[in-house]
Ligand binder design. Sequence first.
Ligand SMILES: C[S@@+](CC[C@H](N)C(=O)[O-])C[C@H]1O[C@@H](n2cnc3c(N)ncnc32)[C@H](O)[C@@H]1O
Length: 254
Amino acid sequence: MSASRSGFVSLVGAGPGDPELWTVRALRRVEAADLVLYDALVDAGALQRLTKAQCFCVGKRAGRASVRQETIHRLMVRAARAGKHVVRLKGGDPFVFGRGAEEAIALREAGIAYEVVPGVTTAVAAAELAGIPVTHRGLSTGFLVVAGHTGEALQRAIGGVRPESVTLVVMMGVAARAGIAATLLSCGWRPTLGAAIVSGASTAHEWIWTGTLEGLGDAAAPADVPGVLVIGDVVDVREALVATARPEVMYGGS
Ligand SMILES: C[S@@+](CC[C@H](N)C(=O)[O-])C[C@H]1O[C@@H](n2cnc3c(N)ncnc32)[C@H](O)[C@@H]1O
């Protein structure tokens, strides 16, 4: 895109990690970009192969702090004002715990044209790739996605929910799994209810643990790979799916 045309920002979801799970639109935007600002969970190697754009990681990497949110806003606005097509490539879906709406508001306030390209969210895909459906007839008619990194937020989110009435998907909650399990048990969720940890879904670092809610606190999980907790009867469906999967359908081992 030439610098004489007005700039534009695409806020693009990159799915759980594997570039094969990008949408067609995400792929097209990346191919056409002048500048890509990507999160740490995006496959940087694939990105470099797919675009001639300048690519900068603005996420948290190898112990280094992530770029401040205001700085990301400034980078997007400055490049768009210089006529560039900027792709802000974010893990999963931009509007699911992704601060995508904050970035959209900042662009709008700066008078920059933008679009949002939805992505495959790990809130659903991580469980799915492990062979766990977030809903299943007869077992779960709904699912609740909550952030687990603060106990208070979790308590608020599940406070009004009848125990076990929905599948619970907890993002950013692996490190706090013991506290989360204790909270649910104290709210009346049954100790033998199915529970799973799915980390690094769709990546080479995939890790799956399945067990029960009472075992969740002591379950092993990699500390440096992002993961979701899935809590509900649907976890038990995994056994049937894994046993019946065609050889080319890969479900990781527990
Ligand atoms: C800041 S949130 C971003 C969520 C993202 N916008 C989405 O829609 O998936 C980061 C959390 O997403 C989850 N996550 C991201 N990538 C993952 C993956 N490949 N496998 C499992 N969970 C993942 C983890 O719960 C992680 O703590």
